[in-house]
Design a protein around this ligand. Structure first.
Ligand SMILES: Cc1ncc(COP(=O)(O)O)c(C=O)c1O
Length: 416
């Protein structure tokens, strides 16, 4: 009897049970097994750039001279706050000062803070669907309900009209969350769309949470936009920012939250105090980097991503019955495949297929859709590999698609 008791345990919270696994990482174990079988896995599944991090950041790490790696201030190191504001004001002239900024552990933590301070459990945030999958995780953690507004590949995932957005606003709506440029669609909001969103937020008394993690990565002559250029110092806007993608510093875990809402910033600061601080060495290195890095690094990274986008779109459009588009920003795109279930196809690629010793790892897009059944035939591709590898990865994908279709049609495929 005693033994049976020891085997049972209390049930977990609803929050724990509702927090989904990351769709980006879900198939990672299968990819690892494929690598262990000696197969080269082209990883188009995750936004981990292969662009080298700036030497200035690494010099900053090497130059850390403190004898004790102490906690930093909860709002962030003064030096990084100063450097980041200076760099934002140089590029966007928004008049930011350190008293509007809070340094966080990546944009991820800034988003969790924003959800926590804008909403009580049960409150709603409008998002555009498909969406960055981790927003779903953040909503589960904070008890916030995400309300998805459908966007479609037929309109290149454009932001819905004002009328459509207003139809989804309820008495529980507290905020609209916009990822601009968008992950996973690559959509970039026009100034007109941003102004419309600002107007809706003002008229319906909502917060506007802007995730600007990919801000500088816009193509086709578009100019990067910080929303505060269009609505200077508007206290209902919260900008979430990150060094992860811009400077290929995903592992440094440095982001920030920027707001002119004094009470909101204070509330976020109180949460920040509870988690003590963001990493000290990385903040010191990030400040050194922002103070010393010239424009060449970002210019080169931007040109490289644009070239990779072009390679990816060209290679995908050569595959019969694949539907895609040229995203105007970020480094992702969605592609609709001639398959019934993209997750089954992605699994097939990792478990049953190889072509000349290689396979391609793609993210099934269903995990980015909140709509039931959304994205079932769609994959997300991150164009984070160099141009030759991107080209090669998509050639392997095309072979895999052919083999998958033949296999599903009951015929053996010669590349299996
Ligand atoms: C849209 C978006 N927001 C936030 C994040 C999280 O970024 P960070 O590494 O700064 O936490 C990511 C990471 O992929 C992202 O794509």
């Amino acid at each position: 009897m005693l033994c049976v008791r020891a085997m049972t345990s209390p049930s977990l919270s609803h929050r724990a049970l509702k927090t989904p696994p990351s769709p980006i990482r879900r198939l990672a174990g299968l990819a690892q097994e494929a690598s262990q079988r000696g197969i080269k896995v082209h990883r188009l599944n995750i936004g981990q750039p292969d662009v080298e991090s700036p030497q200035e950041f690494l010099d900053g790490v090497a130059g850390y001279r403190e004898k004790v790696v102490a906690y930093e201030a909860s709002q962030g190191s003064q030096r990084l706050l100063d450097s980041w504001c200076r760099s934002l004001n140089r590029d966007y002239a928004i008049g930011a000062t350190p008293s509007q900024m809070l340094i966080t552990m990546g944009a991820s933590e800034a988003l969790i803070f924003a959800f926590m301070v804008c909403c009580d459990p049960g409150d709603e945030i409008l998002i555009f669907d498909p969406t960055y999958a981790n927003y779903i995780g953040f909503s589960a953690i904070s008890g916030v309900r995400l309300v998805p507004l459908p966007c479609s590949i037929e309109s290149n995932f454009a932001i819905p009209s004002r009328e459509e957005i207003e139809r989804y606003i309820s008495p529980y709506t507290r905020a609209i969350l916009v990822c601009n440029p968008n992950n996973p669609t690559g959509t970039v909001a026009s100034d007109g769309e941003l102004e419309m969103l600002i107007a809706v937020a003002r008229e319906r008394d909502l917060f506007l949470i802007m995730d600007e993690t990919y801000r500088e990565f816009v193509y086709d002559g578009l100019r990067p936009r910080c929303i505060f250029e269009l609505a200077p110092k508007d206290p209902r806007i919260i900008v979430v920012d990150s060094l992860s993608k811009r400077f290929s510093l995903c592992g440094a875990r440095i982001g920030c939250l920027l707001t002119w809402h004094e009470e909101l910033r204070k509330a976020a600061f109180h949460i920040a105090q509870a988690r003590l601080s963001a990493p000290s060495i990385e903040q010191a290195a990030a400040a050194h980097m922002l103070d010393t890095l010239g424009p060449l690094y970002l210019g080169a990274a931007h040109a490289e991503y644009r070239a990779r986008r072009d390679v990816a779109v060209r290679a995908l459009s050569r595959i019969p019955d694949v539907r895609t588009y040229a995203p105007q920003g970020g480094f992702y795109l969605l592609a609709k495949l001639p398959v019934g279930d993209a997750e089954d196809f992605a699994t097939f690629m990792l478990t049953e297929f190889s072509f000349q010793g290689a396979t391609t790892f793609v993210a099934p897009a269903a995990g980015f859709y909140m709509r039931q059944g959304g994205g079932k035939s769609t994959i997300r591709i991150a164009f984070v590999l160099n141009q030759a590898d991107t080209e090669q990865a998509i050639a392997v994908l095309a072979e895999g698609l052919r083999a998958y279709q033949e296999r599903r049609a009951g015929r053996p495929a010669d590349s299996l």
